[in-house]
Write a protein that binds this ligand. Structure first.
Ligand SMILES: [Zn+2]
Ligand SMILES: [Zn+2]
Length: 512
């Protein structure tokens, strides 16, 4: 063989090998992109995983999710600009708080009164009281306790890591959760989803313990209509089996799924698709009214992307409430790595005991709140005319609500109790949201010493805030909703939101 031919032949071999490698790379890239498009791994989801690294790499306890709260922003930038206000500048002015000043009224032993004094404000008669030192820690014989957990997580059974058994064990032992649902995408269980679903029942049963509930669930993942979290269903329905939203809703409405609870997952997190048709913009479907129990308002630890809704004007959850749904707010972790329970995002569920039955019941009646402050305990009640406190999430009639005896108008008495054990998580603001408007706002700026309690275990925050809203604002003819939210930390890094009350105001048979 001549020298030239040898070179020629070597070049040809090289070219063949190179084009082979290139072909494989293109194939790999194409399949990765396809998976990206159809399943979860939208760019937003990939970006969300970044803050995790920061958490894993640091042992400084306070440098956790609170600084890395913007999943779709560069994590380092977020860390450097920790002064981000909770309200994004894009927030339309109609959503701004009325901004009326609060005056400090009579100061009793442990009571501080604040009343709105601006006659031009929407709710001039709104009043608040802050009572220092109370908590919702157990006091009675069978007290309600806030149990913390997340209802949205993944494992290697879809696009996450490890196994459901690993996930449950990690959430209990390392994540410190009281309950967790593993909710993999059944679209990954191509050939026999029923088998995975049955196997998950066994794994969850084996992972159950008196101090931890292993919940079985799945995430219906439709590339067009969005993602939904389902717990308590008899079977499983993937986007292959239920390609249209009406297929999925009708499947949920079947008698065998009567115990299933369903929630809207991370609205608009999949930015590249689904925005036009996602949840059909939460069109109301009456057969599921009582079982659409939630919507994510905190995902990882981020919350502000959920404040703008499809309209750009109000939070997604308010849009759903306006449509006639009755979702409670969910704080979800949506874990895709070995990190179950490590995020601060979670829900607190008020129950007397930790059992599957009590959890499902509490979710069904929306007796829970979302929080991105890890150990926050929160309760929100309204007072009935009979003097009983009705817990958050309740469906109430305007006519059965209490009146403020000293007021000129009928007043709705609300009570917010909170317990925040972390001394760095200073409660800074409480807002009462009525029909999407901020009906009352209480700022604690400059008053942290009045909120804090120093005990043996250090400083914590515990208190009870009573707020009165004029019932005249709850007019006949429409259902109304009322919830509370709490902004926490010097820069509102964390937030918590209660489930809404639905207040039926009388002769309004239809909810639209
Ligand atoms: Zn999802
Ligand atoms: Zn998910």
């Amino acid at each position: 063989m001549s020298h030239n031919r040898l070179i020629k032949k070597s070049l040809m071999v090289l070219a063949t090998v190179a084009s082979g490698i290139l072909g494989i790379l293109v194939l790999l890239w194409a399949s990765w992109k396809t998976a990206h498009y159809f399943w979860l791994s939208s760019p937003a989801t990939s970006a969300e995983r970044q803050p995790l690294k920061i958490v894993m790499e640091t042992s400084w306890r306070k440098l956790d999710w609170k600084q890395a709260l913007q999943p779709d922003r560069d994590a380092m930038t977020t860390l450097q600009t920790r002064g981000l206000p909770w309200f994004d500048p894009r927030l339309p002015s109609s959503c701004e708080p009325p901004g009326f000043p609060y005056e400090r009224g009579d100061v009793g032993d442990s009571w501080f009164d604040y009343s709105a004094s601006d006659p031009g404000s929407i709710f001039p008669a709104t009043k608040f009281k802050w009572k220092n030192g109370l908590s919702i820690r157990p006091t009675g014989a069978r007290p309600m306790i806030a149990w913390h957990g997340t209802l949205h997580s993944h494992t290697g059974w879809s696009d996450g890591s490890a196994t459901p058994a690993d996930a449950y064990a990690f959430a209990r032992d390392k994540g410190g959760l009281d309950f967790m649902a593993v909710t993999d995408h059944p679209e990954f269980w191509l050939f026999n989803p029923g088998r995975n679903w049955e196997e998950l029942r066994e794994i969850a049963a084996a992972a159950d313990s008196p101090d931890f509930l292993a919940v079985r669930g799945f995430e219906y993942s439709n590339p067009v209509y969005g993602h939904y979290i389902v717990v308590g269903s008899d079977g499983v329905c993937s986007a292959f089996k239920c390609p249209d939203l009406k297929d999925f809703y009708n499947w949920l409405a079947r008698p065998e799924n009567k115990d299933a609870l369903v929630a809207f997952a991370h609205p608009m997190v999949q930015k590249d698709n689904a925005t036009q048709f996602e949840f059909k913009h939460m069109s109301f479907f009456p057969p599921l009214e009582s079982r659409m129990f939630g919507m994510e308002v905190i995902h990882w630890s981020g919350h502000d992307r959920f404040q703008f809704g499809f309209s750009g004007k109000q939070p997604f959850i308010d849009e759903a409430l306006a449509q006639g749904w009755h979702p409670g707010p969910l704080g979800s972790q949506d874990n895709h790595g070995l990190d179950w329970g490590l995020s601060n995002s979670r829900i607190g569920v008020l129950m007397t005991t930790l059992t599957h039955e009590s959890l499902m019941e509490a979710l069904r009646v929306r007796r829970f709140y979302a929080t991105s402050s890890r150990d926050l305990e929160l309760a929100f009640d309204v007072k009935s005319a009979a003097g009983e406190w009705i817990p958050m999430g309740g469906l109430v009639d305007r006519d059965t609500l209490g009146a403020f005896p000293g007021g000129a108008h009928g007043m709705l008495e609300t009570r917010l109790r909170l317990f925040e054990p972390d001394e760095f998580n200073v409660p800074r603001r409480v807002e009462w949201v009525l029909d999407g408007r901020i009906a009352g706002r209480l700022d604690f700026e400059g008053l942290p010493h009045e909120l804090s309690v120093s005990g043996e275990g250090g400083t914590y925050y515990a208190g009870e805030i009573t707020g009165w809203l004029p019932l005249s604002e709850i007019r006949d003819g429409h259902p109304h909703y009322l919830y509370a939210r709490v902004m926490i930390g010097p820069w509102f890094e964390a937030m918590a939101q209660t489930s809404p009350f639905i207040i039926n105001s009388g002769d309004a048979p239809d909810r639209h």
